[in-house]
Design a protein around this ligand. Structure first.
Ligand code: NAP
Length: 254
């Protein structure tokens, strides 16, 4: 039956940035669908893990600064596979944003954002796909894009470049990993109410301008992204790879 194809029983998922916001919603969604979940965050995501365990699933928190993913990714994936026995799903969700005009944008802001938003998914996906290939049972990698994978935005050159890059990287990985039955897709959330977007919502004019442009007429919530995450992590999407899926209340259609 079709709903069975959405189930994740027996699967092991890794979700980065799972301590709060959208990443926490992804981690809980995967657990609700049956997966055990390793959370990776700069501060151990203990609260998220406790909520997953309350659902009857296994969870463990790994505290890792993903800006050092070049060194950390391989040992981290090794520890997760030791603790959970395998790895089936990776959600590269952790992300940061720095707002500063382009002309004055500091090298630190540029480098920090590229390290977490683009280099970390590159290194983690490399380490994860090697395990998935060795397991021989396929896998699912989900990257997190943005409206700024399609548009330039303002004040956020590092963020826009990282999210444009993640869309391209998703397609490249899809091409190379399809023979191993590893699907690689991206979710492009629209404007979602989290700490990441709090400064925009705190500016009444900017907030209203955004609301006026969203056909759905409201900000999205982390819960709005749970369904697409489970779909892309599950056998229901086995013939889907290389796609960036907008979940934006119609923003890009406008
Ligand atoms: P958020 O509320 O700011 O949460 C980001 C998470 O990433 C936090 O758990 C944070 O940990 C973690 N993190 C930050 N730097 C890290 C590092 N160096 N190493 C490990 N973990 C780190 O963000 P969000 O709004 O949920 O966004 C999640 C993802 O969706 C990001 O990739 C973002 O770009 C993307 N996105 C968001 C929106 C939106 O409207 N919110 C729209 C499009 C795309 P701490 O809590 O410990 O700091």
């Amino acid at each position: 039956m079709i709903l069975d194809a959405f189930r994740l029983d027996g699967k092991v998922a890794v979700v980065t940035g799972a301590g709060r916001g959208i990443g926490k919603a992804y981690a809980l969604a995967l657990a609700e669908a049956g997966a055990d979940v390793a959370t990776v965050d700069i501060h151990a995501a203990e609260e998220t893990c406790a909520e997953i365990q309350a659902l009857g699933r296994k969870a463990k928190a790994y505290a890792v600064d993903l800006s050092a993913a070049e060194q950390e990714a391989e040992p981290l994936v090794g520890r997760i596979c030791e603790d959970f026995g395998r790895l089936d799903i990776l959600v590269n969700n952790a992300g940061i944003i720095r707002r500063e005009p382009f002309a004055d944008h500091s090298a630190k802001n540029w480098n920090d954002v590229l390290a977490v938003n683009l280099s970390a998914p590159f290194f983690l996906s490399q380490a994860a796909c090697r395990r998935m290939i060795a397991q021989g049972q396929g896998g699912k990698i989900i990257n997190i894009a943005s409206m700024l994978s399609f548009q330039g935005g303002i004040l956020v050159p590092g963020y826009a470049s990282s999210k444009g890059g993640i869309k391209s990287l998703t397609m490249l990985m899809a091409n190379e990993l399809a023979p191993h039955r590893i699907c690689v897709n991206a979710i492009a959330p629209g404007y979602i109410a989290t700490d990441n977007t709090a400064p925009i919502r705190a500016n009444p004019e900017r907030n209203q301008a955004i609301l006026d442009r969203i056909p759905a007429g409201r900000w999205g919530t982390p819960e709005d992204l749970k369904g697409v995450c489970v779909f892309l992590a599950s056998p229901a999407s086995d013939y889907m790879t290389g796609a960036t899926v907008n979940v934006d209340g119609g923003w890009l259609a406008r």
